[in-house]
Design a binder for this molecule. Structure first.
Ligand code: GLN
Length: 511
């Protein structure tokens, strides 16, 4: 055991694991009996999955890594949990996280931080957050895939820091029923795995309409997205322009030519032709290794035949501040219910405080919510208060619109639900780094200010504000430096709303 992994005490406890496996075997046996000629129900049978602790799992605690929900064992499964189990996947354990998803390094958990390496020693690295436990479970091969949530980068950041693949779908693709809300208008359920192929497999299972979640896309809206996709035509000229066969089909191709032909074949099947590179993302604070990985990826893609197009997303520089007004505002409202009376773990203060209602609530919340959560609640309630609303919340909503509009004026595929004018010569995907730096050292984070940790989300929040699908894949390794965990860089692919498949397909075949 690694005591510092702290995946809610469960993933590194062999007895617990054996218990879970036995239960799974029992379940399997019963399905076999019931359907005894079909032993393997699906290709996913026996795949193990870790689930972030803010997603409901029947018979397993769901605490959001918070003291207020300590010991809470829901009586229902979230839709995603149900779908995974139905597909034959085995839910192994709940994974540690930042309390209620608030954080970028998985350091804000009531169960103690999740770190990559022993935090008492020098050199321990951030696993990213808030789905850090999910990422670590996959990185340590404790689970094949892990499910997390991504509100402003919580899937993509841990994936980038741990050299994994992390996918945040379009808003509404995966049901949020049974997912404890942080900021409802931004929350998505996402997947972390070692390869884009695993992501695709899991996404196929999870991407379903669900009547229990009113924001989950219905069959009708999914059809509408498919129609929007079909409106994106790749011109004949464009699809032929790069294709120069290296050999005639009859002769046996040498291996390199075969590989090239395969790439060409994949390229021709792909909808993606033009890659957008937003100039605003090239910020001065970007780590040189990150900038190197970004340009190396782009030049590698150019050799495949993709066209690299510089684009401009001018609202990007305001996206981060907009996010950190909107997300805390929604969180403050969502977390109001944890007052220790209607909801939450039993009260912790002696009863003589009870006569003063003020102390009853605030005392409970002061004792049981972590400092970051309290900070966000204060921030959220302030920006929603009558005096500040117009200057903060309303402005932030306006910026959010501008961010959405920026994206819709560069993509070739039209937005299925907005009426922005169609874009001629638009791009198919956007490629940017996932985070401005490789994973920071824990030592360094201990004296970092909250704002410094908010800065890590600068490249992930724009896609969240616009509800777009985005995947983070490990970037190329620099040939001049031996690879180390502290040099991990993530490269992010962002697509138009509803174009989740292209984003995954692209990451799977070209990155
Ligand atoms: N780091 C961001 C935040 O703290 C994102 C968190 C998330 O996506 N859940 O809000």
């Amino acid at each position: 055991g690694n005591p510092y992994i702290s995946v809610n005490k469960s993933l590194h406890d062999p007895e617990y694991l054996i218990g879970r496996l036995k239960r799974a075997q029992r379940l399997h046996r019963s399905t076999e009996n019931w359907n005894n000629y079909n032993i393997l129900k699906s290709a996913n049978d026996g795949h193990t999955v870790g689930i972030k602790d803010n997603i409901l799992t029947r018979n397993l605690p769901t605490t959001c890594a918070s003291r207020v929900l300590k010991g809470f064992c829901p009586s229902q499964d979230a839709t995603v949990t149900k779908l995974l189990e139905k597909a034959g996947m085995l839910v192994l354990a709940k994974t540690n996280m930042d309390e209620f998803g608030m954080g970028s390094h998985s350091m804000n958990s009531a169960y103690g931080p999740v770190t990559n390496g022993d935090p008492r020693r020098q050199g321990a690295l951030s696993v990213g957050g808030s789905s850090g436990g999910s990422a670590l479970a996959v990185a340590l091969d404790l689970a094949h895939v892990a499910i997390g949530t991504d509100t402003g980068g919580s899937i993509r950041l841990p994936a980038a820091y741990m050299s994994l693949v992390g996918f945040k779908p379009s808003y509404g693709m995966i049901s949020r029923y049974g997912v404890v809300p942080y900021a409802n208008s931004l929350d998505t359920v996402g997947i972390i795995a070692k390869s884009a192929a695993d992501i695709r497999l899991t996404f196929d299972i999870l991407s379903q309409p669900d009547a229990s979640d009113p924001t989950c896309l219905t069959t009708g809206s999914r059809t509408r997205i498919r129609m929007a996709k079909n409106r994106r035509r790749v011109s004949v000229l464009e699809s032929k322009i790069h294709f120069t066969p290296a050999f005639t089909p009859r002769e046996k191709a040498p291996p390199i030519a075969r590989a090239r032909a395969r790439n060409m074949f994949l390229f021709q099947r792909s909808f993606v032709r033009r890659i957008g590179v937003p100039l605003e993302y090239n910020i001065a604070e970007m780590h040189p290794l990150v900038r190197w990985a970004w340009t190396a990826t782009l030049s590698h893609l150019q050799t495949y035949g993709f066209e690299i197009v510089p684009i401009s997303l001018p609202s990007t520089k305001h996206a981060l501040s907009s996010y950190y007004v909107l997300a805390p505002a929604e969180a403050a409202s969502n977390l109001a219910k944890y007052d220790g009376v209607r909801y939450g773990a039993p009260r912790t203060r002696p009863s003589d405080d009870d006569d003063k209602a003020g102390t009853l609530y605030s005392g409970y919340r002061h004792d049981n919510l972590g400092p970051e959560v309290q900070r966000r609640i204060l921030l959220g309630n302030y920006s929603l208060s009558a005096g500040a609303m117009d200057n903060y919340f309303i402005q932030a909503q306006k910026i959010r619109r501008m961010v959405q509009k920026d994206f819709s004026t560069v993509f070739r595929m039209p937005h299925a639900f907005h009426d922005y004018a169609p874009v001629k010569n638009g791009v198919d995907v956007i490629i940017v780094p996932t985070a401005p730096t490789p994973p920071p050292h824990i030592q360094f984070l201990k004296d970092a200010s909250p704002v410094e940790s908010y800065m890590n989300d600068v490249f992930t929040v724009p896609a969240s504000l616009a509800g777009l699908p985005a995947i983070s894949v490990p970037g190329p390794r620099h040939p001049d430096f031996p690879w180390k965990a502290e040099r991990a860089v993530g490269i992010q692919v962002i697509g138009q709303y509803g174009d989740d498949f292209s984003v995954i397909y692209f990451a799977q075949n070209f990155l």
